[in-house]
Design a protein around this ligand. Sequence first.
Ligand SMILES: Nc1ncnc2c1ncn2[C@@H]1O[C@H](COP(=O)(O)OP(=O)(O)OP(=O)(O)O)[C@@H](O)[C@H]1O
Length: 367
Amino acid sequence: MGLFSRHNDRPSEQAVLQALATVQEPELGGDLVSRKMIKNLVIDGDTVRFAVELTTPACPLKDQIQRECEEALETIAGIPRNRVSIEFTAQVRPRGGIPEQVAIPGVNHVVAVSAGKGGVGKSTVAVNLAVALAREGAQVGLLDADVYGPSVPLMMGVRSQQPEAVSGPDGEPRMLPIEAHGIKMMSIGFLIDDRQPVIWRGPMVSQLLRQFLYQVLWAPLDYLIIDMPPGTGDIALTLAQSLQNAGLTGVVTVTTPQQVATADVLKSMEMFRKVNVPLLGIIENMAYFIAPDTGKRYDIFGSGGAARLAGQLGIPLLGQIPLGLSIREGGDHGQPAVLSNEPDAYADVFREVARKLAARISVMEYA
Ligand SMILES: Nc1ncnc2c1ncn2[C@@H]1O[C@H](COP(=O)(O)OP(=O)(O)OP(=O)(O)O)[C@@H](O)[C@H]1O
């Protein structure tokens, strides 16, 4: 049987699907048709329209998939590129694949961002990742659990806001998250006076975290990013354990090149491993500096350490973020660097890291 209907050169649905069945999902394996990723196929005269349903809107391989679909349709089904219209949609599958089993109803993935020590840029990375994922089209929340220095309100430009108490769908009291830059947020900083020193003990923090996880109207979310307190002390451990109970998808560790070889980073990873939290990857922050006048790269704090550590642990290095004035200024002014609409190397790095992280989560759920 020919690939085209007999009476005109209108392609048949079968021909289109045969061609698309030769296109592999680059990361998950299997072809697009048997993975049921082709949706809403319409043959309209000599034009073929369909959607490719991805596993995350932040898929790093959209361009590759588009190119390979167009190539297959052209070479196998004889449909020229200008007659093909592809739309990308996404359906993030909940952790474990079963919506009823996620610990926070309507929240598909909870991802912790941790660091072995303070000051490595953990909050900066958490904020930019959250905003990058939202800009890719994901529904994102950001929970600032860093009791030692809640910096999310400042970095997101919502410092003076107070969350509103409302009645939830079950009539119980709930908190409305604060919204900015397309994401929902909750922070310890919204509830305490940041000029007053607060002495937290593990049980108080885990109770507050439970309230933040279960009594904030987060849903629906694809990703809830948690900015963890740094280190491996009592509070970080208690939080890691209660997050594990809340169905944590995994943890990302932020390190700097100087920190990477220190015991703190390994201890922090070990802590998560002990409570059975998957390590999603390492992000190296302040990895290098590009001189704005000459464009020359300087590895101020050395290089290669994070890649080595990732190799030793068998987890991916999700990215290397340079030192950048706009990153620091963006943090201070509530305008995360990744929001830049201008061509911006710093924003691009954060976008790439966010896509890699989303892909890693997809691979965990779908492969
Ligand atoms: N890549 C970067 N380039 C320039 N400045 C950065 C970068 N990353 C972080 N900073 C700056 O470093 C300072 C510390 O960053 P941040 O608050 O994110 O660290 P942290 O690890 O969350 O610290 P803590 O755990 O103490 O809260 C901030 O002023 C931030 O703007």
